[in-house]
Design a protein around this ligand. Structure first.
Ligand SMILES: Nc1ncnc2c1ncn2[C@@H]1O[C@H](COP(=O)(O)OP(=O)(O)O)[C@@H](O)[C@H]1O
Ligand SMILES: [Mg+2]
Length: 271
């Protein structure tokens, strides 16, 4: 049996030899989407998974959430293999997926209430937290409209609330800024910083270096499912030549109270 590489480790999450193979029946080949990936993240760290499309970022985080089984290797949370008690593990994980399947016929509020109930949260806590978080993300006026009528940015905000409302210890964001309007993106960045200060372990997938650079303490660069580089943001400054969309944001309106909104969000989920 595989065991955690660091006995009695303080790592919140550790992967050992994580490998994912997808059969490609039509080509009679196997695609190795993830090839023996080892990573470790401690509480309060923001771990950026960076790499071009198809490099294995989403596969990695789906395995870390417990949604996808690896072909080989293991995920440990606080030293225990997650597969031994997936149900308890999933309660401490918050995941914002790259592609959302939201029920278009539910209203935003109904969706959040459903997610809260599925997680076993008390009705009064669901009501308070959703109320506060909808307000922070300027979604209060839209809470009774059906999700089918929402813009991509509005759906993304609902997904963020759904992922955070149970106050998870481990939070996973897969390309969280895609489709997010500029104001929400600024709040979001501050939110990541505030969650990290609150001791959460955070995974952040992106194919845009500059965004990762601003919020992450550590970065792994993936290519074809393998680790190309790993280090702190400072260590990886040499990777600056990767493509950037960040300059576009610089011309856009600054949201002055983004840090305050982010602090309020963290406050809302921790009470
Ligand atoms: N369910 C799947 N079946 C087959 N191949 C897949 C599946 N999911 C992902 N892949 C392939 O695995 C590789 C890694 O994908 P992914 O983890 O989504 O990368 P990224 O998130 O970095 O863009 C890609 O080549 C992708 O086409
Ligand atoms: Mg992806």
């Amino acid at each position: 049996m595989e065991s955690s590489a660091v006995a009695g480790s303080t790592f919140a999450v550790e992967t050992v030899g994580l490998t994912k193979r997808y059969p490609m029946a039509w080509k009679r080949k196997i695609l190795v989407a993830l090839d023996h990936l080892d990573l470790q993240i401690k509480p309060g760290e923001v771990y950026g998974l960076l790499g071009p499309n198809g490099s294995g970022k989403s596969t990695t985080v789906k395995i870390i959430t417990g949604l996808l089984e690896p072909s080989a290797g293991s995920v440990f949370f606080n030293g225990a293999n997650i597969k031994h008690d997936l149900a308890s593990y999933k309660r401490i994980v918050g995941y914002v997926p790259e592609e959302a399947n939201l029920y278009p016929f539910l209203t935003g509020l109904e969706y959040l209430e459903l997610i809260g109930r599925l997680r076993g949260m008390k009705g009064s806590i669901i009501a308070r937290r959703t109320g506060e978080m909808l307000e922070i993300f300027s979604m209060t006026p839209h809470r009774h409209s059906t999700i089918g009528t929402y813009s991509k940015g509005m759906r993304q905000r609902i997904l963020l609330i759904a992922a955070l409302m149970h106050n998870p210890d481990l939070i996973i964001f897969d390309e969280p800024l895609s489709g997010l309007d500029v104001t929400s993106a600024l709040i979001f960045r501050e939110l990541v910083k505030a969650l990290s200060r609150a001791g959460k372990s955070i995974f952040y997938c992106s194919h845009v270096l500059e965004v990762v650079e601003r919020v992450c303490s550590h970065i792994i660069i993936l290519q074809n499912g393998k680790q190309l580089a790993y280090g702190t943001v400072e260590d990886l400054k040499t990777f600056q030549q990767m493509p950037s969309l960040e300059a576009a944001f610089a011309h856009l309106v600054q949201e002055r109270d983004a840090p305050a909104s982010a602090a309020a969000l963290v406050e809302a989920v921790s009470r």
